[in-house]
Ligand binder design. Sequence first.
Ligand SMILES: *[C@@H]1O[C@H](CO)[C@@H](O)[C@H](O)[C@H]1NC(C)=O
Ligand SMILES: *[C@@H]1O[C@H](CO)[C@@H](O)[C@H](O)[C@H]1NC(C)=O
Ligand SMILES: *[C@@H]1O[C@H](CO)[C@@H](O)[C@H](O)[C@H]1NC(C)=O
Ligand SMILES: *[C@@H]1O[C@H](CO)[C@@H](O)[C@H](O)[C@H]1NC(C)=O
Ligand SMILES: *[C@@H]1O[C@H](CO)[C@@H](O)[C@H](O)[C@H]1NC(C)=O
Ligand SMILES: *[C@@H]1O[C@H](CO)[C@@H](O)[C@H](O)[C@H]1NC(C)=O
Ligand SMILES: *[C@@H]1O[C@H](CO)[C@@H](O)[C@H](O)[C@H]1NC(C)=O
Ligand SMILES: *[C@@H]1O[C@H](CO)[C@@H](O)[C@H](O)[C@H]1NC(C)=O
Length: 438
Amino acid sequence: MPLLHHVLLGFLLILLYLRTPTSSTATDTVSPSRALVGSDRLVSNNSKFALGFFKPGNESYTNHNSYLGIWFNKVPKLTPLWTANGNNPVVDPTSPELAISSDGNLAILDHATKSIIWSTHANITTKDTIAILLNNGNLVLRSSSNSSIIFWQSFDYPTDTLFPGAKIGWDKVTGLNRRLVSRKNSIDQAPGIYSLELGLNGDGHLLWNSTIAYWSSGQWNGRYFGLTPEMTGTLMPNFTFVHNDQEAYFIYTWDNETAIMHAGIDVFGRGLVATWLEESQEWLIYYRQPEVHCDVYAICGPFTICDDNKDPFCNCMKGFSVRSPKDWELDDRTGGCIRNTPLSCGSRTDRTGLTDKFYPVQSIRLPHTAENVNVATSADECSQACLSNCSCTAYSYGKGGCSVWHDELYNVKQLSDSSSDGNGGGLYIRLAARELQV
Ligand SMILES: *[C@@H]1O[C@H](CO)[C@@H](O)[C@H](O)[C@H]1NC(C)=O
Ligand SMILES: *[C@@H]1O[C@H](CO)[C@@H](O)[C@H](O)[C@H]1NC(C)=O
Ligand SMILES: *[C@@H]1O[C@H](CO)[C@@H](O)[C@H](O)[C@H]1NC(C)=O
Ligand SMILES: *[C@@H]1O[C@H](CO)[C@@H](O)[C@H](O)[C@H]1NC(C)=O
Ligand SMILES: *[C@@H]1O[C@H](CO)[C@@H](O)[C@H](O)[C@H]1NC(C)=O
Ligand SMILES: *[C@@H]1O[C@H](CO)[C@@H](O)[C@H](O)[C@H]1NC(C)=O
Ligand SMILES: *[C@@H]1O[C@H](CO)[C@@H](O)[C@H](O)[C@H]1NC(C)=O
Ligand SMILES: *[C@@H]1O[C@H](CO)[C@@H](O)[C@H](O)[C@H]1NC(C)=O
């Protein structure tokens, strides 16, 4: 036994000896002679930020994709702030490497396929480059001999987090638009459907699929954006908006080096500002826009009803089921629901569609993009107008006359006030007659 103990102890010491150099050489720099492999990390000189490969997930949800990212070094709950290769994860069992490639760019190499998974793709005028994780969380690729020659920086390609000191907005000369994009879900770091952008006239918008704005900051008035007076609160950082011939951007600074702040958009498409509470070891979110989930456009995807007073807040409309239960579990509800029973309209036995039925839903915010049918002057005519077109999925007849909707129904929300809805007539959802037989 003593012999075995000695052997084990010796073995442990060798392991410790082998491990120590990695941690003691932890620096903030990748250079041509120093790559980052496996669980190696870069740590900024002030110890605030770390960069390395990470695998989102936990004991109950194993995941085989690794991403290169930046997170808070001292926050035990891994909070990715920036991700390089959200669209191209490194898949097990490949061990990735972050290195300066032969053309001077910073690149993620996949040794199994001998391919480059991600690269900074910068125009580099010297072969002699290094990448440094700065104290503000910015990863810069620069000349090793002259720190003011910067070829690329992560602040120009943000993920879902706005770092203090990083610009959000436009470089009008190069056309670069720095915008925040949500992650697809709590595991998959690929870009999601929500983004936060600064308009060229200096107002911020939260957008669905880059097109539909569901929240606006209002215009900058010198101290805050018109619709967000809470920006002047005491817990709030210092904001600056700069607009000139070359640039239009928004930036904030935070002068407390010890406080850990997180500002950005979450997987649900909501903007947030949070601070890390050391005592309770959790994030305290003290600013959120929109304030409730259901005010995020189409947060539950097509054919759903969003209800902030229910848990879960996303539910399928009658006659529909969750399209992708796996995505729903990971907080990505944007795939919505699909019809259980095909409509009879357009089928071989029924070309007229007159056998489909309608199911009424009251007290809701009506779906986006209604089409008005002026010729229909009664609820019955409105329902007939919908039945006569196989792509029509719902109608509403109320104060504004007859409205019909085609294809997917988006953005329906349950209203708590039972007397109010957009049109006063409720929404009639088209279903196969079989769905309504009891
Ligand atoms: C890193 O931080 C130490 C103090 O913690 C300081 O002495 C040193 O100059 C810093 N190095 C750089 C490159 O800023
Ligand atoms: C593990 O992660 C999944 C996906 O984010 C989450 O739904 C689940 O609650 C987590 N479980 C634990 C024990 O943290
Ligand atoms: C690199 O230079 C080429 C040619 O001048 C230009 O088209 C390209 O946009 C540049 N790339 C970057 C990342 O600036
Ligand atoms: C570093 O580069 C800047 C910008 O190109 C230049 O103005 C400066 O003279 C350079 N410094 C040195 C020491 O070469
Ligand atoms: C988002 O926009 C793209 C093109 O702009 C379109 O192809 C896609 O269908 C849209 N996604 C949804 C869910 O509508
Ligand atoms: C904001 O800026 C003022 C003046 O520069 C400074 O006194 C103050 O500490 C700053 N506040 C924060 C939260 O950064
Ligand atoms: C800075 O933040 C820390 C941690 O949140 C807090 O304890 C401290 O009081 C703050 N300092 C100032 C000057 O606000
Ligand atoms: C059904 O409605 C859609 C959208 O308004 C229209 O494009 C299509 O032509 C209509 N189909 C018929 C058969 O009227």
